[in-house]
Design a protein around this ligand. Structure first.
Ligand code: SAM
Length: 280
């Protein structure tokens, strides 16, 4: 007997204000037979609010690999499943990638129920160029890796979007100033759609000073957006980086010289070392 396959619904949920749940999202959460939630206890409130009685199972970064086979089997048996995360759009810095990938590979129909996403909500009010942008998610937690990652983005001309938590907002702002320079324009969107929503803009140095001076500005959830590099800025820094790199190469090995020149000038390390090694 041929059993019709179920459908996987990828459902966006609010990032703060519960009224942002769309009527269609509520309808899907009420009608599916199973809900895969990042944190079942966290989502219980939302599910109760919409009157969903579907059983809920956990799908988070630590068990996604194991849960995928089970969920795939249920989909193949005809179960309709909704995937939700704690807030916003699943898969955007949230679990779900493996499940969606496996479902698509197995020929299961995967449908989005679009809605809130912190990155897009923040960009929509930032007043920075929004025709082209780069979503970077969370920067690395380790300071050296974070600086290196920011360094790699130095010459990026598109608007940059980062997610950040209260633990690291200040450190991240300091690193952004150190690598991109004080003058680069930026916007911090905090606690969007919630009671203490604030959106502040200015140069990176101004924003760092403002957040450092006000403990309230260090609380909550953040989207940090940074204007892309102007061509002139990037060219000038790269030229300076190459000059310093060439000088340092007289005293030390190129790999070390590139690391130091990048740290001194803010030029991307890879842009300094690769051209020199190729021309050798
Ligand atoms: N999937 C979510 C989305 O669609 O935006 C993102 C989940 S990620 C684990 C959580 C991060 O998103 C937070 O650390 C913060 O950077 C950002 N975020 C979530 N809600 C936010 C809000 N209300 N205001 C500002 N940033 C928020």
């Amino acid at each position: 007997m041929n059993v019709a396959q179920g459908r996987l619904w990828v459902v966006a949920t609010p990032i703060g204000n519960l009224d942002d749940l769309s009527p269609r999202a509520a309808d899907v959460l009420r009608t599916v037979q199973l809900i895969a939630a990042e944190d079942t206890r966290h989502s219980a409130l939302l599910l109760a609010r919409v009157g969903s009685r579907a059983p809920c199972i956990a799908l988070h970064e630590h068990n996604e690999r194991d849960q995928v086979a089970h969920l795939l089997e249920r989909l193949q048996q005809g179960t309709d499943i909704a995937l939700i995360s704690d807030a916003g759009t699943p898969l955007v810095s949230d679990p779900g990638y493996r499940l969606v990938r496996a479902a698509r590979d197995a020929g299961i129909c995967v449908s989005p129920v679009p809605g809130p996403c912190a990155a897009i909500a923040a960009l929509s009010v930032a007043g920075l160029a929004s025709d082209r942008f780069v979503f970077e998610g969370f920067l690395p937690a380790k300071a050296s890796a974070r600086r290196e990652r920011i360094g790699e983005l130095f010459a990026e001309a598109r608007t940059l979007i980062f997610y950040e938590s209260s633990h690291r907002i200040l450190e991240t702002l300091r690193d952004l100033v150190a690598v991109f320079g004080s003058e680069r324009q930026a916007v911090i969107a905090r606690e969007l759609t919630k009671v203490f929503e604030t959106v502040i803009s200015g140069s990176l140095a101004q924003l760092e000073a403002r957040v450092a001076a006000d403990a309230n500005q260090q609380r909550g959830e953040f989207v940090v957006m940074v204007a892309g590099a102007s061509g002139e800025q990037a060219d000038a820094t790269l030229a300076e980086g190459r000059r310093v790199f060439a000088l340092l190469c007289e005293e030390m090995a190129p790999a070390r010289a590139a690391r130091m020149a990048a740290a001194i000038t803010g030029a991307p390390r890879k842009a300094l070392y690769a051209p020199t090694t190729e021309s050798n």
